[in-house]
Design a protein around this ligand. Structure first.
Ligand code: HEM
Length: 461
């Protein structure tokens, strides 16, 4: 066995450099399975900005620089906006999901629905809802601070369910929210590319009994959860519509628009699928980013103190931050950006896929190659972010204390597949972070017998 950093030949064509794969293992023995983005970032030094390898029969390319990512995923987006085939899609009833949908007409309809409801500035109409659920989050955290993770999950699910379905999450027993949170744990694992590749090779994994480790793979159990998450919010909405009580929401708007045109075949299923994907993608990412923010506040008390001083200085102690205060609180904004950068919640994004054969820098890229944009490598680039492992919001401030132009858009992906919920997510995160810093000081309870924080890395961290 010898690591080769020369260019590799395949079918007589030159592929980008990368580690050689072993027949059964692929490159598994070379990777840190719990944090593959770190291995890929180390490979940048060894192999460069474009790294190629094969894993369980799948061609994979990792892009380790902004330039390579822009060249392929943005400038050549017509060829790099597909998704790799996931063997978990059809059997688990996930064919309708935008996130892993092929780059086709249904996907375009999904993106139109998402864009219509979540485009920049338009998302401001959800601010009153985001504020209302932030107030609920603060109350819940006051009552049971130890349950912070479930409070963040509930906050994230509530804001998005309200925007999509005008569904008001009443309490922690709300059946729709419970269905979403219950299904999401399984969904995230099923859609983690490494897991899906394993299903390609060992299809029998679908039948793992629920009581065994890895029981989330059980196909009967998973399908029930996924169907409930797909159908339940829609059933609630239909009841509201039937009684004329449905307020404006992304789903209602889409149903009206597509229903009238007759252009989209099976439009109700299309709308359902698009909405499922939106709240599927919104809940976990938003809640996890808040977890990352809290972890940073615990580890960096000086940052927390400086943020609280900014809030006191700008607002005094007579009122709480509102969206209108955003411009006047640059350090809070910088904390939001640093929370997205310090440990990106989706460190490898979601792999794109090549529709056709292509040539880049003289290297051959085969059709159906999975193309991973290594967001982690961008976020930890020490030339752009000195001492990248430190949580330093000041890196987003200029000498005059104003914000830099680095908006961290790369944390939300690239090209045609860029996250359609990014403006909505930014608002949810900002108001939650501003209000949490006003109402609380976060401290570690580890020395008092609390649990050690461990990263849980799947499709999201
Ligand atoms: C902190 C919050 C969030 C982060 C960091 C995040 C990040 C991402 C990333 C990296 C992708 C993959 C983009 C690509 O393939 O290049 C993505 C896709 C997606 N995100 Fe987000 N996201 C967040 C919140 C949201 C929210 C709030 C929504 C919905 C309201 C949403 C909806 C989606 C959807 C539907 C996709 C799939 C797009 C497609 O495949 O065409 N995300 N997101």
């Amino acid at each position: 066995w010898k690591i080769s950093n020369t260019r590799k030949e395949r079918d007589g064509k030159t592929c980008p450099p990368g580690p050689s794969s072993l027949p059964l293992l692929g490159v598994a023995h070379l990777m840190d399975a719990s944090a593959p983005w770190e291995t890929f970032t180390d490979w940048k030094a060894k192999y460069g900005d474009v790294v190629y390898f094969r894993q369980f029969g799948q061609d994979i390319i990792v892009l380790n620089s902004e330039e390579a990512i822009k060249d392929l995923l943005e400038k050549r987006s017509s060829n790099y906006s597909d998704r790799m085939y996931m063997s978990t899609r059809e059997p688990y009833g996930l064919s309708f999901d935008t996130i892993f949908h092929a780059h086709d007409e249904t996907w375009r309809a999904h993106r139109r629905i998402a864009h219509q409801g979540l485009r920049e500035h338009h998302v401001d109409i959800y601010q009153p809802t985001q504020l209302r659920f932030t107030e609920a989050l603060v109350k819940n955290l006051e009552n049971s601070p130890e349950d912070y993770h479930s409070h963040f999950q509930r906050f994230a699910a509530s804001v998005i369910l309200s925007a999509i379905y005008d569904h008001d999450v009443a309490d922690e027993n709300d059946p729709v929210m419970k269905a979403v949170i219950e299904a999401l744990d399984t969904l995230v694992l099923l859609q983690t590319p490494g897991n899906a590749i394993l299903f390609n090779v060992f299809p029998f994994l679908k039948y793992t009994p629920t009581w065994l480790p890895g029981g989330w793979r059980n196909i009967t159990d998973a399908r029930v959860k996924i169907e409930r998450m797909l159908n339940l919010p829609f059933e609630y909405l239909e009841k509201k519509m039937a009684t004329g009580k449905a307020e404006h929401s992304i789903a209602v708007e889409a149903l009206e628009r597509f229903g009238n045109t007759g252009k989209v075949h099976n439009f109700e299923e299309v709308v359902k699928g698009a909405c499922f994907s939106l709240y599927g993608a919104a809940s976990e990412t938003t809640a996890s980013t808040l977890m990352i923010f809290v972890l940073a506040m615990v580890q960096y008390p000086d940052v927390q103190k400086r943020a609280q001083e900014e809030i006191d200085r700008v607002l005094g102690d007579s009122r709480l931050p509102e969206f209108e205060d955003r411009q006047s609180l640059p350090y809070i904004e910088a904390i939001c950006r640093e929370s997205l950068r310090w440990h990106p919640v989706a460190p490898l994004g979601i792999p794109h896929s090549a529709t056709n054969d292509d040539v880049y820098n003289g290297w051959h890229i085969r059709k159906d190659t999975a193309v991973i944009a290594n967001i982690w490598a961008l976020s930890q680039n020490s030339e752009k972010y000195p001492s990248p492992s430190l949580f330093k919001p000041e890196r987003f401030l200029d000498e005059k204390g104003g914000l830099t132009e680095d908006l961290l858009t790369y944390a939300f992906g690239f090209g045609r597949r860029i996250c359609p919920g990014r403006h909505f997510a930014n608002n949810s995160l900002w108001i939650a972070i501003a209000r949490l810093l006003t109402g609380f000081t976060f401290e570690s309870d580890y020395v008092r017998g609390g649990v050690e924080v461990k990263w849980h890395n799947v499709l999201t961290s």
